[in-house]
Design a protein around this ligand. Structure first.
Ligand SMILES: [Zn+2]
Length: 272
């Protein structure tokens, strides 16, 4: 057990030692400019047209200001398509290699989405379903990181955090209104809802999620969703109205594996 703790600590130390390549909202990390697009100047100068325009990181910064929980954690900043390791989906029990095939298909869909998102947004998002530890959040975070690097404005939120955040606006002292938050989630270029799972939804929270998704569906704004619920279970938790929107606005992909990938990672490190 202590060995496992040691390995976790080691992993965290390794991850936090990695330089961030994302536009971080608050100041600089070390001496390196944080935004690769504008080197933290906030504007991009186009010499061919003799024009300066605000960098996309400024909008992203504004958005982080509104959502306390929207910043992608240090750990998730390390997620990339290149680091999505298909070997975790191999298993001797899985003769037909179903897990690996599923993972490959999901990865391809995620890469394709990011490649075409800025140029040809058709509004169709992605839906990743699978058990805990099957790589859903990793894939969603890899997408978020890729899109941020392209200058696409995104909002990556864990669903329970989003609901807490909206609730906290009811505090009289809150500077931000519920309308602002809902409006941001509705209108952001790409919304990533991580863990739309089996939480304690009230009619009120279900209605908020419905409002956001329905708006995005009508405006053809893509949404990426991860969940450990099947579509049928989602109907039970979120109601048919919301579930039918999810089905209509996303292409679904299944992730599966025989053993939790987090555990596999620790075991591999322990062997080294
Ligand atoms: Zn910038």
């Amino acid at each position: 057990m202590n060995e496992l703790k040691g390995l976790i600590k080691q992993e965290i130390a390794q991850l936090s030692g990695k330089p961030s390549v994302l536009p971080e909202p608050t100041g600089r990390v070390g001496q390196e400019p944080v935004c690769p697009l504008c080197a933290d100047q906030g504007i991009i100068y186009d010499a061919t047209q003799d024009l300066a325009r605000p960098c996309s990181c400024m909008r992203q910064k504004n958005l982080y200001h509104r959502f306390r929980h929207a910043r992608i954690s240090q750990q998730l900043q390390a997620c990339s398509f290149a680091r999505f390791d298909l070997s975790y989906y191999e298993s001797s029990e899985d003769r037909d290699r179903t897990h690996e095939k599923n993972a490959r298909t999901a990865l391809r869909a995620a890469v394709d989405f990011c490649a075409s998102c800025a140029q040809h947004p058709d509004g169709l998002g992605l839906f990743f379903t699978g058990p805990v530890g099957s790589g859903k959040t990793f894939l969603a975070a890899a997408m978020a990181n890729d899109l941020l690097r392209q200058g696409v404005q995104i909002l990556f939120v864990v669903v329970p955090d989003l609901l807490d955040e909206i609730k906290s606006t009811y505090d009289q002292h809150s500077e931000i209104s519920e309308y602002d938050l809902i409006e941001t989630a509705r209108t952001v270029q790409v919304l990533i809802l991580d863990d739309l799972g089996a939480h304690n939804y009230t009619d009120w929270t279900i209605n908020k999620i419905y409002t956001i998704l329905n708006y995005r569906l009508n405006e053809k704004l893509p949404t990426i969703i991860t969940t450990n619920l099947s579509v049928r279970e989602m109907g039970e938790f979120l109601g048919d109205r919301t579930t039918s929107r999810v089905v209509e606005m996303t292409q679904g992909y299944q992730l599966s594996c025989d053993r939790d990938i987090r555990l596999q990672k620790y075991q591999r490190r322990a062997k080294k």
